[in-house]
Design a protein around this ligand. Structure first.
Ligand code: SF4
Ligand code: SF4
Length: 205
């Protein structure tokens, strides 16, 4: 089956998570008349700083590197589908024109946690995604993930800006990050505490 071939190929190219979102979801979020489904791809942020207890580990640079890898995997999958006669369009990890998060949820790879990040069983929120929209009709992959976010509030308690009290206060988060940038001079740092502290998917650390 094509879905299995695609998943196997994507994993060979380095994807650690592969899921499929069905036509309804793909059309809803991508608004492409030919789109019938999407392949969703993920890899974890295995940066050593995340496991050292450093208070503000800046994985912004490695994250950018990871995004380049994610985009390359998506382009490979796009080519794989095109070679088999399908329309396909890679959606990069940093693409802001589409709601990749909703697509990830639709593919059953993760759910939105209280930290407002996508949390996966395998890696918690320490993961990045890309996708490939296609006219191939893949059935949605689904998993029972409703209780994956344990509601433990560890992320909320760890947030130094109070941005996670009742949803996400983006302004408070951004303000705090701007302060961090000022404090760190040329070395730009990002707060990643809500990513770091989540206990879900920590078994690999
Ligand atoms: S990045 Fe930092 S400041 Fe922003 S929500 Fe997460 S823990 Fe809070
Ligand atoms: S730290 Fe706890 S409440 Fe926050 S996202 Fe993870 S499991 Fe959910």
């Amino acid at each position: 089956m094509l879905a299995e071939e695609v998943a196997e190929y994507a994993k060979k190219k380095g994807a650690e998570l592969v899921g499929f979102a069905d036509s309804r979801e793909a059309l809803k979020y991508f608004r492409k008349s030919w789109a019938r489904s999407a392949v969703v791809l993920g890899i974890s942020i295995r940066h050593p700083l995340l496991a050292t207890g450093v208070r503000y580990p800046s994985w912004d640079e490695p994250r950018q590197f990871i995004d380049v890898i994610m985009d390359a995997i998506a382009l490979s999958v796009e080519e794989f589908l095109r070679e088999r006669g399908h329309l396909a369009m890679a959606i990069g990890a940093s693409n802001r024109s589409v709601d990749l998060r909703r697509l990830v949820v639709a593919s059953g790879l993760g759910v939105e946690g209280r930290n407002r990040l996508i949390v996966t069983p395998e890696f918690g929120p320490r993961v990045r995604f890309s996708a490939v929209v296609t006219d191939a009709e893949f059935a949605a992959s689904r998993r029972e993930l409703q209780n994956l976010c344990r509601g433990c509030r560890i992320c909320m308690d760890a947030c130094p800006s109070g941005a996670l009290n009742g949803g996400l206060n983006i302004r408070a988060c951004e303000r705090y990050n701007q302060e961090l940038e000022k404090d760190s001079g040329l070395l730009v740092k990002k707060c990643t505490l809500c990513t770091d502290v989540c206990p879900v998917g920590r078994r690999w650390e």
